[in-house]
Ligand binder design. Structure first.
Ligand code: SAH
Length: 356
């Protein structure tokens, strides 16, 4: 069976499905979903993430987190939570680079939140013995009720979204159905009622993307931070103000591809609406910092100096690699990540995160 025929089968029983149902199946089906079945990361995979580009990324996040922990009064029993850790590279660099901070490693435990069984296994192999207290969880709800410092790099873009479009002044949900020839095809729901400021301001043919799972995760994290103290750091590609655009995209082998082809073999993602994240956190009553750009954030954390230090003992070839990686992480061109990626943080109490 292919994932495509499985989806057609569902549609033949229930009628058209939402984009979020489609994304959930394509990315996270327990047998055929993309994160379960494929190795997405690296030059041979479909995309490269910041921690995979350079050790400096995880090092900066490590220093950022240690600084938060110090502001929490070097508290005992703080949980460092990484959500959607991929290959575990960020956490490996985090742990290696923070090992000498007095008291830090003794005070923390590590919680990896990962839905893919295959990636959990890979993470265990890569970092399982780097700290005495590392555990794995499938969702935020099951995390221990303790102070937390949460990191999520490129998680929210992978969460399923629903899409709504305004046509002739009326709202419809974008759905996936089958056409006359029995092939998968996008279609629109009958008219639906939509409300709110976002909806009122939408232009004709404007698309509103909503990420219910993202909203639920933020809600859970905010409640925990308010109850137990802590901070959350979210880094992802996305926009600071709602764009009213369809940002759904499929990537295979570093190329844009048709979303309905090779389902389960392509990475499907959407841009993250940082305005919505900010609003959700503001409403819940935590302190919000950002959104800012990844370039500005990393520069303020001192990534430039770290690159210079690494260059000191490096060969010419290594120096070139370090400089290329730095440019990719902080540069402003559309191929670089400095401007495209945004960073937002939520904290409680008097905690002021670095980088904003
Ligand atoms: N943070 C990593 C990987 C990003 S890819 C990096 O920067 O390299 C997205 C990751 O999120 C994958 O590990 C995927 O399996 C995981 N994931 C997807 N949906 C998730 C969810 N609902 N909860 C936790 N992890 C999820």
């Amino acid at each position: 069976m292919t994932l495509s025929s499985h989806i057609k089968n569902i549609i033949s029983h229930t009628g058209p499905i939402s984009i979020s149902e489609f994304m959930q199946l394509a990315l996270s089906h327990p047998l055929y979903g993309y994160y379960q079945a494929k190795e997405p990361f690296g030059t041979k995979g479909d995309f490269t993430t910041s921690p995979e580009i350079s050790q400096m990324f995880g090092e900066m996040i490590g220093a950022w987190s240690a600084h938060i922990w110090q502001q929490m009064g070097c508290l005992q029993d703080v949980v460092i939570v990484e959500m959607g850790p991929g290959r575990g590279t960020l956490m490996a660099d985090f742990l290696r680079s923070t090992a000498k901070i007095p008291g830090f490693h003794n005070s923390i435990s590590i919680a990896m939140v990962e839905t893919s069984k295959r990636l959990q296994e890979l993470q265990r192999n890569n970092i399982g013995n780097m700290h005495p207290r590392i555990s794995w969880y499938e969702d935020v709800k099951s995390l221990p009720q303790k102070p937390i410092i949460v990191i999520a790099n490129e998680l929210f873009d992978a969460l399923p979204i629903r899409q709504y479009i305004k046509q002739n002044g009326k709202w419809h949900e974008k759905m996936l159905g089958v056409d006359k020839n029995g092939e998968l095809a996008f279609t629109l729901s009958p008219e639906i009622k939509m409300e709110g400021k976002l909806i009122e301001n939408a232009p004709e043919n404007g698309v509103v993307e909503i990420c219910p799972q993202g909203g639920a995760i933020i809600k859970e994290l905010v409640e925990r931070v308010k109850m137990h103290n802590g901070a959350v750091l979210i880094i992802d590609y996305g926009y600071i103000e709602t764009q009213y655009k369809d940002t759904l995209d499929a990537i295979g082998g570093h190329q844009h591809r048709n979303i309905l082809e090779d389902i389960g073999a392509l990475d499907i993602s959407a841009h993250v609406d940082f305005q919505a994240l900010k609003k959700a956190a503001d409403t819940a009553g935590v302190r919000v910092f950002g959104p800012t750009t990844q370039g500005s954030f990393l520069q303020k954390l001192g990534i430039g100096m770290r690159a210079e230090m690494l260059c000191k003992n490096a060969s010419d070839e290594q120096k070139h690699e370090i400089k290329t990686a730095l440019a990719r992480l902080v540069g402003n061109s559309p191929e670089e990540m400095g401007e495209l990626f945004k960073v937002i943080s939520f904290t409680t109490g008097n905690i002021v995160p670095e980088g904003f």
